[in-house]
Structure formats: C-alpha cells, structure tokens
Unconditional design. Structure first.
Length: 506
C-alpha cells in the first residue's frame, strides 16, 4: 500500500504535467447553473437540458472509451458520464481537459462539467459531459470511512476531512448554525435588539470563571478576554435600551471536559421591566422554538442516557429547590452548615476537597453531584444570595435570590435572574466576591467599580438570561469537542508533513 508521501508525489507529477500542457490547475473562475440536488430532485423538468455543475471528485471509473465520475457539492452527489467522442478536446487556455487527460484527475480534485441532463442505461441520473474543466488539483487523497478515518484525535485535528467523509458530522454543524439562527430569530421576534459588545475588558465579570489575560500594546495595559456578556449588556439597559442580546465567543481559562471548552459561543439577553417569572415563561417558549427549528422534535435521548420531552406550548416545567436538595440529599442547611461539615460531605461522596474551597464552592460541588440524576426539563430555584452576587433577592426570603437555571440531562444549561440594580447592595456583594478572590478563589468575581458607577445612574428592573452552545451539545447528544468545528488542541505536526517540508522548522 502506497504511503501518503508516495501518493502525494504522484499527484505532484500530474500537477506538473498539467502545467507543462499550459493548463492552470487553479483557475479563479467557474460556472455553475445548478446545484447537484436541483438536478437529482428536478430531473423530470431538466431532462434533456444543458447544465453546468461543479464539485469535488469522489471516484473515477474508466472503461475504455467511457468513464463515470461521481462528484459532490454541498447539496448532493451526482454521476457524470463521459464518452470519448462526446467530450471536447483539451483547451489549456480555459483549464479545459479532454477525455485523454482524465487520468490526470484524482479523487479530491474539484472540477466543472457542462453537458446534458440524462439517465444512463442503468437508470442513473447523470450529466452527459460535453466540456470538463479542472478547478483545483488536490495533492493529498481524501480518505473515506472505509479507510478507517475514525480516530478521534485525527478527526478533531482535521475536521475538514471529517466533514467530507462523515455525513453525520457534516450535518451536525449545519444544525449548529440553525440553532444560533433560530435563537437570533426568536429573540428578534420578541422585540430584542442585537448589540455586539467588546471581547476585551478591563475587568472580567458576570460569571465565576478564571479569565484569559492579554496585553494591548496601544494602551500598554492588560485586558481580559470576556468570560460573560453580562455587565456590558446591563450597562446598555442603563443607556436606555430595553431588550438587548448578543451572541458571540466567550473565554474561560479552565480545563476541557465533555461539557466545557475554554472557548465557546454563548448568548445572553437582558429585558428591562421583566422579572424572573417572565423570564421563565420566555425561556420555555425559546427552547421549544429552537428545538422545533433545529431538530424538528421536542423529544430527545441524550448522551447521558436521559430521555427528555420539552413538552407542549404553555406547559410549565417543574421547579427544584437548591436549598431542599442540599437538605434532603446531604442533611445540610445551606445557611448554617460550616465549611468543615460541607467538606465532610464532600469526602463522604467521593468529591475533591481543595485548599481554597469555601462554603459556596463546596455546596455547589454537592449540588452538581446530585444534578446528574435529573433528566429535566426543570428549573432550579432557591439559590442562596451569598452564592449569586448579581441577582435580586426574593421579597419574602432575602436569603434567596430570584434566580432560575434550566436543568436538562443532568446539566444546568441556562442561568437567569431578576437583575440586581441596587448599586450599594451590588458593591457589597462585589466586596464579598473580591475577598473570596483575594483568599485564593480564582473563579470568584472581580470588583467592577465602573459597573457600580453605572448602576448609580440607575438601571431599570430587569431579567437576564444566558446560555452557551452547551445547550446545543446536549440536545445534539455529543461532547463539547465533537460539538464545535475546530476545538483547541495541543499543537502537533504529523511526521509526513515534516518529511515533505524538511527545510521548515515545524
């Protein structure tokens, strides 16, 4: 079996032969009158008519004076039928190849073909080629699933191959695009305005996460890559906007897991004059609408093994109390339990106990262990005030916040709350978070005095919600790295490439 280098060398030989003929193997122009799916689906109307199609060569079969070439574009695959006496001769000035030059083509090349739409004797819908042009000469063969292109590491590193040879992976990222399009369309239909906010921030805020740090030469100052969209969007509420959202990347300097990536896409919306009850109703409608448009169903079997049903319109999702769960499952009163009592429960249930653990972190770990048993959909409520520095408290229970998190498949996929808009209360909570940070908790929130200043100009009562593409990953039934097109990986150059380019430092 030929090595990759040997196969590449043979393609380089063909490339050289084409160039010696005067053929440009990489022309800028191409002509397409129909996508391949249009010909397949509209054969009855197109039979006997001339069409120009383009695509990547999948395979070539040559039998004497006839040949069959299968190509594919983004819509479908189609067979080209070539007869030696029907295909126009070489015209190098137009990158046009004749039947005699067919051996210079390989699977993976891009070509253009013009001819009559017809069926072969075996009934295969085809284009009977009259003219053929090369559009791109490939130097490496595209593997197939039969070649065993299933190694996870290889698939992640060369996703452009993965999407070519694995149709299910190709369709996944179309659904991912639909997911965000449906999100955007739903919010705009509800009167929200999309306003993009900065990625680089003076202070990283809006979430419990360790930020990435970068340096801006122009200002000679360090900036943080945003960990959340929250605080800038709420500044816009101060600025007079009433319904705003943003969709874009956020960055959290944490480890990879099946549910988390350091870089991912997220959305947050903020709605003036709304509270958490209104937010829950909007969330139910939003998630159901997105599921309808992205997958065409509201019933899912998740990778976690959970089976969920998002339910009919108007049916409210159940609510689960954080306080009650910790009491019922671990015998802890979240308000009076000491750090030693919490650590004892962590050890009892096989959970990691770290030096910088505080009461909030410990309680969160215990909750997350139980959370995996909840299929959902449901809303987590009754979050303690000391665990949420940005939410309003419940009027009759100031020790609890007006916060809800969407529970699906053992995960929390949306977080929302009635936004805190009391600048004095906000500053005090920031002080508590900063003290936790100073004590070694790198994920505690930073004190953002500029945001406090904005609140002093007054922000209306509001509800805000955010979710990342983890909602997509869970409903799609894939891990985080399978859910994105190009996940970050440790840099690596394969041995074949090093051999091909020995003069480069790779």
């Amino acid at each position: 079996m030929a090595t990759l280098k040997e196969l590449r060398d043979e393609r380089l030989r063909k490339l050289d032969e084409l160039k010696k003929m005067g053929v440009n193997p990489y022309p800028a122009d191409s002509t397409r009158t129909h996508q391949l799916a249009e010909i397949v689906d509209g054969f009855a109307e197109l039979e006997g008519k001339t069409a120009s199609v383009v695509g990547r060569v999948v395979n070539i079969r040559k039998f004497g004076k006839i040949a069959f070439v299968v190509i594919k574009d983004a819509s479908a695959s189609l067979q080209l039928f070539l007869a030696a006496d029907k295909v126009a001769a070489l015209d190098a000035s137009k990158s046009q190849l004749g039947f005699e030059q067919l051996p210079l083509l390989d699977s993976g090349d891009f070509i253009e073909a013009t001819g009559v739409v017809a069926k072969t004797k075996t009934g295969e819908i085809s284009v009977e080629v009259q003219k053929m042009r090369i559009l791109t000469k490939s130097l490496r063969p595209m593997p197939t699933t039969h070649d065993g292109f299933t190694n996870k590491e290889e698939r992640l590193r060369r996703r452009y191959i993965d999407t070519n040879v694995n149709a299910d992976v190709y369709q996944r990222y179309l659904r991912r695009s639909t997911f965000w399009q449906a999100t955007r369309e739903f919010l705009m239909g509800e009167g929200f305005v999309e306003i993009n906010i900065p990625v680089l921030e003076n202070t990283a805020g809006g979430a419990d996460a360790n930020p990435f740090v970068t340096h801006m030469d122009a200002l000679d100052q360090d900036f943080y890559l945003r960990i959340s969209h929250e605080l800038p969007l709420k500044r816009l509420l101060v600025g007079g906007y009433e319904k705003v959202f943003d969709i874009g990347a956020r960055f959290r300097n944490e480890n990879y897991s099946d549910e988390h990536l350091p870089e991912h896409i997220a959305m947050e919306w903020y709605w003036a004059y709304a509270d958490w009850e209104m937010g829950m109703k909007l969330t139910e409608r939003m998630v159901r609408t997105i599921a309808d448009k992205t997958w065409g169903t509201r019933q899912f079997r998740l990778a976690s093994g959970h089976e969920i049903d998002l339910g009919a319109d108007g049916v409210e999702w159940p609510r689960i109390s954080f306080v009650n769960v910790l009491k019922e499952q671990y015998g802890l009163d979240v308000f009076t339990a000491t750090i030693d009592e919490i650590k004892a429960e962590l050890k009892k249930h096989g959970l990691e106990v770290e030096k910088q653990d505080n009461r909030a972190r410990g309680l969160d770990k215990l909750w997350k262990k139980y959370r995996t048993t909840i299929a959902g959909p449901a809303f987590l409520v009754d979050m303690p005030t000391f665990m949420q520095p940005l939410a309003k408290t419940q009027p009759d229970k100031p020790e609890l916040t007006e916060q809800f998190n969407l529970l699906l498949g053992g995960s929390e996929l949306c977080k929302a709350f009635s936004e805190l808009n009391d600048p004095i209360d906000q500053l005090n909570r920031f002080r508590e978070q900063q003290a936790m940070r100073d004590a070694g908790d790198e994920e505690a929130q930073m004190l953002d005095i500029d945001y406090v200043e904005a609140l002093e100009y007054a922000m209306p009562p509001a509800c805000g919600l955010g979710y990342s593409e983890r909602l997509f990953w869970v409903l799609e039934g894939v891990t985080a790295r399978e859910g994105v097109v190009f996940p970050q990986l440790r840099r690596e150059v394969d041995e074949t490439t090093k051999t091909i380019y020995p003069d480069l430092t790779l």
